[in-house]
Design a protein around this ligand. Structure first.
Ligand SMILES: C[S@@+](CC[C@H](N)C(=O)[O-])C[C@H]1O[C@@H](n2cnc3c(N)ncnc32)[C@H](O)[C@@H]1O
Length: 245
């Protein structure tokens, strides 16, 4: 591990790289009207928590796409320890290039990652790699209430100015050429257990790191967690279950 890489220092070895959980992945997967797919892609797979749920449940090969190679190496190691390496193929690439590499996708899954290329841009881009009636399941940070505490609004004004309400994201999905099959909101516990409760002590310890970028990254993470603690459930992670229209 590079001792100055803030991502590796903060997230290295974590099973969850964002809010979520196996039970939620499984619940949302079962909302789909069918469970047999020819080509499954997991965009922004990270270390593969949800990749493994999909592979085991569908008994299908999942193409795990991420642009950060150390996460994919971790994913391959974990797949080996779970004896499912034959069900997972990793691809170190930009998720914006998925249609150039994959055609005929009938299930595109993405948890906590689409925002990296912009939620509407991700939906529009992925559509061109999908079969006519293919499915996209994507989780996205969304406003859950009309009013949020001032410090929360201030934080997201710079951290994620493009964040939309649930209705706003549904409209964006329709404009991008999908119909909505359902939504699922992650409960607070899915943010805390195995994610913020691991990240918070790590970030605090890294405030003493000799490298400034590491200290800054740690401080931003601590701030994000504080904002979450004061959020009054004004925002959350929402799964959008979509079918190409
Ligand atoms: C918040 S993590 C979520 C990872 C995983 N889905 C999970 O929930 O544990 C976002 C992931 O997106 C990846 N990522 C960011 N930008 C990307 C891009 N343009 N193309 C592919 N992966 C990207 C990051 O490396 C990271 O693994």
């Amino acid at each position: 591990m590079n001792p100055s890489d803030p991502i590796a220092l903060l997230f290295g070895g974590l099973e969850k790289l964002g809010p979520g959980g196996d039970a939620h992945t499984l619940h949302v997967l079962r909302l789909l009207p069918r469970q047999h797919f020819q080509l499954v892609v997991d965009a922004g797979c990270g270390t593969g928590r949800q990749t493994f749920v999909l592979a085991k449940e569908l008994r299908a090969v999942v193409h795990a796409v991420d642009s950060y190679e150390p996460f994919l190496n971790d994913l391959k190691y974990r797949a080996g320890s779970e004896n499912i390496e034959q069900l997972v193929q990793t691809h170190c690439m930009d998720m914006a290039e998925i249609p150039q590499v994959f055609q005929g996708i009938d299930l595109l899954w993405s948890e906590g990652a689409a925002y990296n290329i912009g939620f509407p841009h991700a939906l529009a881009t992925w559509r061109s790699g999908m079969v006519a009636d293919g499915f996209v399941v994507v989780s996205e940070l969304s406003w859950l209430k009309d009013h949020a505490p001032l410090e929360v609004k201030k934080f997201f004004r710079s951290a994620y100015p493009g964040m939309q309400s649930v209705d706003g994201n549904i409209e964006l999905a329709k404009t991008a050429g999908y119909r909505l099959l359902g939504t699922h909101i992650l409960p607070r516990a899915a943010w805390v257990e195995g994610y913020y409760d691991v990240l918070a002590p790590r970030a605090k310890a890294l405030l003493a790191h000799p490298e400034l970028p590491v200290r800054e990254y740690a401080a931003e993470t601590i701030r994000e967690i504080e904002v979450f603690e004061h959020s009054e459930d004004s925002y959350g992670y929402v799964f959008y279950v979509l079918q190409r229209a």
